[in-house]
Write a protein that binds this ligand. Structure first.
Ligand SMILES: [Zn+2]
Ligand SMILES: [Zn+2]
Length: 246
């Protein structure tokens, strides 16, 4: 299985990441990517950019160093109602939108039912394409329900390389990702892979994801990151499913 897209990465403007847009693009191209999405943390994350950052992406060329660039965001899910931290007017202009649970924005004291409800509600949002790192044991969820709803709504579930890093700070990620992937096999729910790189050396690299997918013999046809066309089809499909023409 060969991955050609990396749909989750951060640059300097996220406030706790350390490379520029050009450095990230060059590194991703070097690591064999055909497409890189830069998904800066949305405004509720301490230290990230102002909302206006997400309003001027039209000035940025989308092809450099032989690689396609998508510009989007990683939203913060703020509560179990599934509220997020950028308005729909902004989200509608972005190439790609991830939504994730992060301690500083959502808190670490919610129940499994509340976390599950947060994801189920977020997946009803037609502007959100991907659930980021749904593997973090600090936010326990019912994977049966989440994976089923992902299939129903055309939302992609991410297998996150940074989560699976042995020195990573998220909890029980390998066990949780493996459980999620078993349900993905059962419901035929597609996944994406994301490096979640916060520095250029990690862009477009997925060693821990590769290891896990091989271990559990995950079917290649459910991995949309193996083809730019397949990824774009899934991005377009989400909005169509909710009656949008774009
Ligand atoms: Zn981050
Ligand atoms: Zn994240």
């Amino acid at each position: 299985m060969r991955f050609v897209t990396d749909t989750h990465a951060h640059t300097l403007v996220s406030g706790h990441a350390y490379s520029t847009m050009n450095e990230m693009l060059m590194a991703a191209a070097e690591h064999g990517m055909q497409l890189l999405a830069l998904t800066e943390h949305a405004p509720a994350m301490p230290g990230t950019c102002h909302p206006i950052y997400f309003e001027n992406f039209k000035v940025v060329p989308r092809n450099r160093y032989g690689i396609e660039l998508l510009l989007g965001t990683e939203l913060n899910i703020l509560n179990p109602d599934g509220e997020v931290d950028l308005p729909e007017e902004t989200l509608g202009k972005l190439d790609l939108v991830i939504a994730s649970l992060h301690g500083p924005c959502y808190g670490l004291d919610h129940t499994k039912e509340e976390n599950t409800q947060a994801y189920l509600n977020v997946m009803q949002n037609p502007y959100i394409h991907i659930i980021g790192h749904p593997d973090d044991g600090r936010f326990p969820v019912d994977y049966d329900k989440v994976v089923y709803m992902a299939k129903e709504t055309g939302t992609l579930l991410e297998v996150n390389n940074a989560s699976l890093h042995p020195g990573g700070f998220r909890k029980d990620t390998k066990k949780n990702a493996a459980e999620m992937l078993q349900y993905c096999k059962r419901y035929q729910t597609p996944i994406v892979v994301g490096s979640d790189a916060h520095v250029d050396t990690e862009a477009g690299r997925f060693p821990y994801v590769e290891e896990l997918l091989t271990e559990i013999d995950f079917p290649e046809e459910l991995v949309v990151s193996t083809s730019v066309e397949l990824l774009k089809e899934h991005i377009a499909c989400k909005r169509r499913a909710f009656g949008f023409t774009l």
